[in-house]
Design a protein around this ligand. Structure first.
Ligand code: HEM
Length: 398
């Protein structure tokens, strides 16, 4: 039964007390998210709504959780920097954005299939496993962030629950630094990395100051253990990650952004397909036909360049790469005739016509289009990495 006192505490009593600060910080956090979204959508991954949403939610959420975690130690170290009354609003917004990050990852990347999250059980190969530990803790903090929850749980229980934020934060850092490190090399990533480093320094310094004052006890033992486990995980993370990178078998069911990272790691370890020639194809050198359409290859995931033509000869149609064609070698690259006019997606490849595996990484080469295909329906040529299900390069035809 709920006691009278607990019932008396209104759900959002804390927020009501600080309503001005809550409104101010809610506005600032929303502006921070809007800026992050605009930067992703217009500069980093132009036009990709799903990717921009899930990354802007992730980066804003993780940065805000960092801000909230910096407030406590800052006060311990310098009494005059006391922003504790703002901590809850900032933390709650941080957790809210992380919940939105999870929802958008499920909608845009995993098509609502939770089984796919566990495509590899080694967290160094699949850093989503780290997130799976952190996420339920952050959600419980979010749910219990009201005065009502403090009264309902009792302060001691509530405090113990909220201390779990530290191990959760450590595994969350492993999640976002390992999942796609290239995506962090821009101002939004630097803000997150800078905040995270600051939080770690402040937390450790405040912890050491506290034990100097209070002496060693159970909390100190837990704190030291956490620091040792965290430090060992970080120092070994990249070594483990590189060690398992080559073990990751090509998997066409990974979400695109994860598949691109895995494809690049796989290439670093194993290179491309040894059966693909590295010189122009002799047999195709003297091929001559009438040109119908032409285009230039554009980069999607790897630098590919050169001309491509749609040609016909004796009632048959052909895709012909120009003498200037060049691409790096990759795993299982296959040529498709596709209908899209903009950059090719997986769906465009599914809707396209598969022609043949790439013959050579350079120079002129000819691919016959099967008879009966209405070529007027097709507007581009796509090179697709079939092993990872990642569109590699495309050329719009005109
Ligand atoms: C079960 C819950 C979660 C899942 C399934 C998940 C999944 C993902 C995936 C698939 C990506 C890669 C997105 C891409 O490449 O476009 C990602 C990135 C990211 N996640 Fe999560 N995540 C979860 C929880 C968290 C948590 C708890 C945090 C931090 C507090 C977090 C922070 C981030 C950040 C900052 C990035 C961007 C990293 C970068 O840009 O390199 N995620 N997450």
């Amino acid at each position: 039964m709920m006691s009278q006192e607990v019932r008396k505490v209104r759900l959002f009593a804390g927020a009501r007390r600080n309503i001005r600060a809550v409104i101010l910080h809610s506005t600032l956090t929303t502006i921070l998210w809007a800026l992050q979204f605009v930067y992703q959508y217009y500069a980093l991954i132009p036009g990709e709504l799903g990717g921009s949403m899930l990354r802007s939610f992730a980066l804003t959420g993780a940065t805000l959780i960092g801000f909230a975690l910096a407030i406590g130690p800052l006060r311990t170290l310098h009494q005059k920097y006391n922003y504790v009354r703002y901590r809850r609003t900032i933390g709650v917004w941080g957790f809210t954005f992380i919940i939105l990050h999870f929802v958008s990852v499920m909608v845009f990347l995993f098509e609502l299939n939770p089984i796919d999250l566990f495509w590899h059980y080694n967290p160094f190969a699949n850093p989503i496993i780290f997130a799976v530990f952190a996420y339920p803790i952050f959600v419980s903090m979010w749910i219990t962030s009201t005065d009502w929850a403090v009264a309902r749980l009792g302060f001691r229980k509530w405090k113990s629950l909220h201390r779990l934020v530290f191990p959760a934060y450590i595994v969350a850092i492993l999640h976002f630094t390992l999942i796609n490190p290239e995506l962090l090399l821009n101002p939004t990533g630097y803000l997150l990395i800078g905040t995270t480093i600051l939080v770690l320094i402040l937390q450790v310094s405040a912890f050491l100051k506290t034990i100097r004052g209070k002496g060693l006890g159970r909390s100190a033992a837990i704190g030291f253990s956490l620091m040792i486990v965290g430090a060992s995980l970080f120092t070994t993370a990249y070594r483990f990650r590189d060690a398992v990178a080559g073990d990751v078998e090509p998997n066409p069911n990974l979400p695109t952004s994860v598949a691109v990272t895995k494809m690049k790691e796989f290439m670093k370890q194993k290179g491309g397909n040894p059966e693909v020639a590295g010189a122009p194809i002799e047999a195709d050198k003297n091929f001559v036909a009438a040109m119908m359409k032409t285009g230039m290859f554009e980069r999607l995931n790897y630098m590919t360049s050169g001309a491509v033509m749609l040609e016909n000869k004796d009632g048959k149609h052909f895709v012909v790469f120009g003498d200037d064609f060049t691409t790096p070698n990759g795993p299982d690259l296959v040529i498709y005739l596709t209908k899209n006019t903009g950059p090719s997606t997986r769906q465009d490849v599914r809707d396209g016509i598969q022609l043949a595996p790439l013959k050579s990484t350079t120079g002129k080469q000819v691919y016959e289009i099967p008879e009966g295909v209405d070529v007027s329906q097709f507007n581009s040529v796509t090179i697709h990495c079939r092993a990872f299900n990642v569109p590699w390069s495309y050329a719009p035809l005109k």
